[in-house]
Design a protein around this ligand. Structure first.
Ligand code: ADP
Length: 620
């Protein structure tokens, strides 16, 4: 979620921990000081009791100070530079005899009352404990802006939920027309709740926004608040998770309370999945807090009266892991899905964000929109920003088409890296990438080539980049086979033209294997095994990555899957090798061109691989 500036007129949140720390430091400093001060004075030598007796008898003692267990005598004028002091510990019973001697010699004797222990010594541990509690409290309530001092101890911290009036409207949200239509009904409800109440209509209270990150869920919620012109209370699910059980629930209560007071209002909860996961399935500890928070949200949703014009929007990109209780009628019962933008929507998003940028003409936004399948709204915004940065670096006043192309390459493939590459490695890289590119070019059904490069970018040394021609929602079998063939073509080319293979195919093999496994064990694309789910691992909702599953099929079946995967992969490799052999001359010219220029775009690739059609296309 993007940061929004604090509402005008609000004071910057005071950090409750800071003054506590100040007091603590002062206390420590003071006590150190008192110890230090107590020890100053003329240099005093500590001597034994017998030596002290001797000193008193023999030397010219001018003054004596007797404290509880201690005697200090001074030789010479007290305070003078040449005076010397001696100190000795008194035996328990003695003192009388010494006193007598001192008196006889006419020494001035001062007795000092037993020293009281500094009050700080008593106070310090308490100060420390108290400080630690306040510090902890401030830590656990930190983040949402507001507990002031120890009065709020343990009460949870939603003292003042962030309420903002947004100026974002639906015009700022590109594409997503269906979604806008779906939620526009809510705008009417928030604007004129009475109209709904009159006819006894109960407006929805909970709306779940689902969709991949960056598709504009937060933006849509803000736009809704902007359109309806109501306060916007925004928080994130992860902010409710704290060390102490019950704090999150307290915050939920306060958040809803504040929104009810401000009604009509919108509450937006980002990352609902971080609290809303199916209960009772927490891995490891710490899910009690989550459950309580979740229960509190459910209770609040149920507690909305018919007349309360508060709409709760929650965003998640993992609707599959949500607790079913959240989705029941009366709770988040409206589901709105935001998809990655298609070409037209991408063009619109680029248009919206380019409004504020000095573009040179149109700068080819259409081409960028066409060449960025799979980009989210946030990615596109980022792309424009990268282009602006590259224009600024260049010292240009406008963003050109070239800036945009560079930015896209950077976002898609990573930043160019300088890396010393040996000549023979350079050659191997060219062979490898040319293999991918050539096979992708000649294999029917594969994605269209976009660019091939042997310049190290991001984490890879080279790359063959392809674009899906259209948005794909399902993957046909021949497309998948073509992908595997293309993936294995780099290695096949190395083997064929250099004679050995290298570790460069690591990721290719991994991806090809994953695809082949999915084809066989998931999508039923092996004729012998047929349509059966034989996955051995699963994307685990709570760990956020895949986890091995217990195998529920026979050893034999597993072996059969392995065999099918292997034969799929080796068939693909054979096909790649055959394709490369059939076009050996063209591949050789591609390798040469790649070694020379390091980056080739589609036209240049075509000129190497298909000279006739390239000239035919160029002629008219
Ligand atoms: P999400 O909450 O789905 O992760 P955000 O709403 O935070 O995504 O989107 C991040 C940014 O991407 C937004 O602030 C906005 O600038 C941009 N963006 C995303 N989708 C769109 C869209 N459809 N139209 C315009 N801008 C968008």
């Amino acid at each position: 979620m993007p940061e929004t500036p604090p509402p005008p007129g609000s004071t910057p949140p005071e950090k409750p921990g800071s003054w506590v720390m100040l007091v603590l430091w002062l206390a420590v400093l003071l006590s150190l000081l008192s110890i230090f001060l107590a020890d100053t004075g003329p240099s005093t030598e500590t001597v034994s009791y017998s030596a002290m007796k001797e000193i008193i008898r023999e030397r010219d003692v001018s003054a004596a100070v007797i404290a509880e267990h201690e005697i200090t005598v001074t030789i010479g004028t007290p305070g003078a530079a040449d005076s010397v002091a001696y100190r000795a510990v008194l035996p328990v019973q003695d003192g009388e005899s010494l006193l007598a001697t001192l008196e006889n010699r006419g020494v001035e004797i001062t007795a000092r009352a037993p020293e009281g222990v500094s009050i700080l010594t008593y106070l310090l541990p308490w100060l420390l404990i108290f400080g630690a509690i306040i510090w902890l409290n401030s830590r656990m309530t930190g983040g949402l802006g507001g507990a002031r001092g120890p009065g709020n101890l343990f009460s949870g911290r939603f003292s003042k939920p962030t309420e903002r009036r947004q100026r974002v409207t639906f015009d700022d949200v590109a594409g997503q027309d269906e979604v806008k239509r779906e939620v526009s009904e809510l705008v009417d409800f928030l604007r004129e709740p009475d109209r709904f109440h009159r006819v006894g209509a109960e407006a929805p209270h909970g709306v779940l926004l689902m969709g991949p990150p960056g598709t504009g869920k937060t933006l849509l919620a803000k736009a809704l608040a902007g359109e309806a012109d109501v306060p916007f209370f925004s928080t994130s699910g992860s902010e409710f998770i704290e060390v102490f059980v019950g704090v999150g629930a307290g915050r939920v209560r306060k958040l809803f309370e504040a929104a009810r007071k401000a009604a009509p209002a919108i509450i937006f909860i980002d990352e609902l999945d971080s609290i809303g996961r199916t209960r009772g399935t927490g891995l490891g500890g710490g899910h009690d807090e989550r459950e309580q928070t979740l229960n509190q949200i459910l209770a609040e949703l149920d507690g909305f009266g018919e007349r309360e014009a508060v709409v709760v929007l929650a965003a998640t990109n993992r609707p599959d892991v949500l607790d079913p209780a959240l989705l029941r009628p009366g709770r988040f019962d409206r589901h709105v899905t935001l998809n990655l933008p298609d070409r037209e929507a991408r063009r619109e998003i680029l248009g919206i964000h380019a409004r504020k940028l000095p573009l040179a003409g149109d700068a080819g936004l259409d081409a960028i929109a066409a060449g960025t399948p799979g980009f989210s709204g946030a990615d596109l915004k980022n792309l424009l920003n990268e282009a602006a940065i590259s224009a600024a670096r260049r010292g240009g006043a406008q963003i050109t088409g070239a800036d945009l192309q560079d930015a896209r390459d950077k976002v898609m493939m990573g930043t160019v890296r300088t890396l010393a590459i040996q000549p023979e490695e350079h050659h191997r890289l060219a062979v490898h990438e040319a293999g991918h590119a050539a096979v992708a070019y000649y294999t029917p059904g594969a994605d269209t080539l976009y660019k091939v490069t042997i310049i190290p970018r991001g984490r890879s040394l080279g790359g063959t980049h392809m674009l899906s021609e259209e948005e794909r929602h399902t993957l046909p079998e021949d497309y998948l086979r073509a992908q595997i063939v293309t993936l294995l073509a780099g290695r096949a080319a190395e083997k064929q033209l250099i004679g050995t293979v290298s570790s460069g195919a690591d990721d290719d093999i991994k991806r090809a294997t994953q695809l082949a496994r999915s084809m066989v064990g998931r999508w039923g694309m092996d004729p012998e095994i047929g349509p059966i789910d034989l996955r051995q691992n699963e994307d685990h909702p709570f760990l956020g990555r895949s986890m091995a599953m217990p195998r529920i099929h026979a050893e034999q079946t597993a072996a059969q899957v392995d065999r099918a995967v292997m034969s799929l992969l080796s068939a693909a490799e054979e096909e790649a090798t055959a394709t490369l052999a059939a076009h050996a001359d063209e591949v050789a010219s591609l390798i040469a061109a790649l070694e020379e220029k390091e980056v080739l775009d589609f036209e240049e690739i075509r000129r190497c691989l298909d000279p006739e059609s390239a000239t035919a296309a160029a002629a008219p």
